[in-house]
Design a protein around this ligand. Structure first.
Ligand SMILES: NC(=O)c1ccc[n+]([C@@H]2O[C@H](COP(=O)([O-])OP(=O)(O)OC[C@H]3O[C@@H](n4cnc5c(N)ncnc54)[C@H](O)[C@@H]3O)[C@@H](O)[C@H]2O)c1
Length: 331
């Protein structure tokens, strides 16, 4: 039985606590949080105990940690946990700073311990089926990827200020999805962004509406569209045009009822947000981590993947500021 320490007891940690406790091969040994009462509350729900982050990392009987703390702590905790001999699954992004993330990669490589980054969308059954069809050659050679990713409503400005910005915090998932589908990072990244949903987001130095265009060495193109506001719900669609056809992953809806009357044809809205839309993916992500570390197989998402997506976010951030395309190799 793999003994797991959960670092962080916030919003996403609750989802991971369920996945760890539900898996037959893992047990939630302890939970920590900067605010001990948060850790105690979450631990109590799963028959676990609250401890400090330092105690969990120093405990040799704990085999692995899941890092679900605020983004600015990720690199420090990845380093500390791997140096203490633990396997790690860390939430995205690896860090707010690409430079810091690369230093973390170097430090972690010397430990030889596995580090997986929590790009849960790779484990969504819809995107998984799309990737399988692509690999099977069903649409020939992929040529044009289009990712739509709209949140239902913007986060509080206090969150925006510590998030690292839309490209590092939100679009990071889409950068990784592009790498997952295209099989490699692009050569060029070009971004446009504005704050038309909430001017306060602009005043905080961020954007809430953005489009990124990416071009690949062989001429393929990918487009990512993000907005912090879609009044009809969480809009998550991926479309891939290939030489022999088209693949489309549509939204998950609240129900499948379609009403047809003389007034028209209507259906349900998309599910509200990521907890509703992606819940199965978090359990599948944990199962994939467990399989890789217990069977000694390759991790399905690596620290390198986390850094590749962060480099694209950095390139997009630079491009949005200057208005010029940025060569990924230059960031
Ligand atoms: N993959 C996804 O779908 C997804 C969804 C949401 C959030 N996230 C990521 O997960 C991370 C957490 O996000 P959240 O929304 O749960 O935030 P949150 O603010 O709800 O929770 C973070 C928690 O970490 C705690 N914390 C900070 N430093 C700590 C430390 N050193 N030790 C222990 N606890 C510490 C905070 O007190 C807080 O309770 C972020 O990096 C975010 O980008 C990923």
């Amino acid at each position: 039985m793999l003994k797991v320490g959960l670092l962080g007891a916030g919003r996403i940690a609750g989802v991971h606590a369920t996945a760890i406790s539900s898996h037959p091969g893992s047990t939630l040994a302890a939970v920590s949080d900067f605010y001990p009462e948060n850790a105690e509350k979450l631990a109590a729900q799963y028959g676990s105990v609250a401890r400090t982050t330092e105690e969990i990392i120093a405990d040799d009987s704990i085999d692995a940690v899941l890092i679900a703390t605020s983004t600015d702590t990720h690199s420090d905790l990845i380093e500390a946990a791997t140096q203490a001999g633990k396997a790690v699954l860390c939430e995205k992004p690896v860090d707010l700073s690409l430079e810091r993330a690369r230093a973390c990669q170097t430090a972690t490589a010397t430990t030889g311990k596995p580090v997986m980054i929590g790009f849960n969308r790779r484990f969504d059954p819809n995107f998984g089926a799309m990737k399988a069809a692509l690999k099977a050659g069903d649409i020939g050679k992929p040529e044009l990827l289009s990712i739509t990713s709209f949140d239902p409503a913007p986060p509080p400005v206090a969150y925006v200020k510590v998030s690292g910005g839309l490209f590092r915090d939100m679009m990071i998932h889409d950068f990784d999805m592009a790498n997952f589908m295209m099989g490699e990072p692009p050569v060029w990244v070009m971004a446009a962004g504005s704050s038309i949903v909430d001017p306060e987001i602009g005043a905080a130095g961020d954007v809430d509406t953005a489009v990124v265009t990416m071009t690949y060495a062989d001429g393929r193109i990918a487009v990512i569209k993000n907005s912090r506001r879609a009044v009809y719900g969480y809009d998550q669609r991926v479309e891939l045009l290939g030489s022999e056809g088209l693949l489309q992953a549509q939204n998950m809806l609240e129900n499948t009822v379609v009403k047809s009357t003389t007034a028209g044809v209507t259906g349900a809205k998309p599910t509200y947000f990521f907890l509703e839309r992606y819940m199965p993916s978090y359990a599948a992500e944990w199962a994939a981590f467990m399989e890789a570390i217990s069977g000694g197989g390759a991790l399905p998402v690596t620290l390198d993947d986390g850094i590749a997506a962060l480099a694209m976010a950095e390139a997009a951030t630079q491009s949005r500021k200057t208005g010029a395309p940025v060569r990924l190799a230059d960031v």
